[in-house]
Write a protein that binds this ligand. Structure first.
Ligand code: ZN
Length: 110
């Protein structure tokens, strides 16, 4: 590069610093987040920031699954319909599997 150190603006005193300290990460739900930097002096005094999104992320995510269970006889008629069973899995924060809509051809059948 040109040898210049990265310069960030301190979010507290609004001055530019060549030694930025990451004091806060902002996570946007609809796009990429951004980082908030402070100079080393202000970083010591920077208040711990909490926002709604961070609080939500700190809580264990409760994933909901709804299953439809029923039986069919040989003629294809529903002989038993147990309705909807709702499963709450919130005890362990397991990441939800990422599936792309294109990977479900059955949903495109008409
Ligand atoms: Zn500062």
């Amino acid at each position: 590069m040109n040898g210049r150190p990265p310069v960030r603006m301190c979010a507290r005193c609004q001055c530019t610093t060549s030694e930025p300290v990451l004091v806060h990460e902002v996570h946007a739900a609809t796009g990429p987040g951004f980082n908030v930097y402070a100079c080393p002096e202000c970083a010591h005094h920077y208040p711990p920031m909490t926002d709604a999104l961070q609080l939500l992320e700190a809580l264990p995510r409760r994933s909901r699954l709804t299953l439809r269970v029923y039986k069919l006889n040989a003629q294809g008629a529903v002989t038993e319909d147990r309705g909807e069973i709702e499963i709450l899995a919130g005890s362990h924060p397991a990441p939800a599997p990422h599936t792309s809509p294109a990977g479900h051809p059955s949903t495109q059948n008409q």
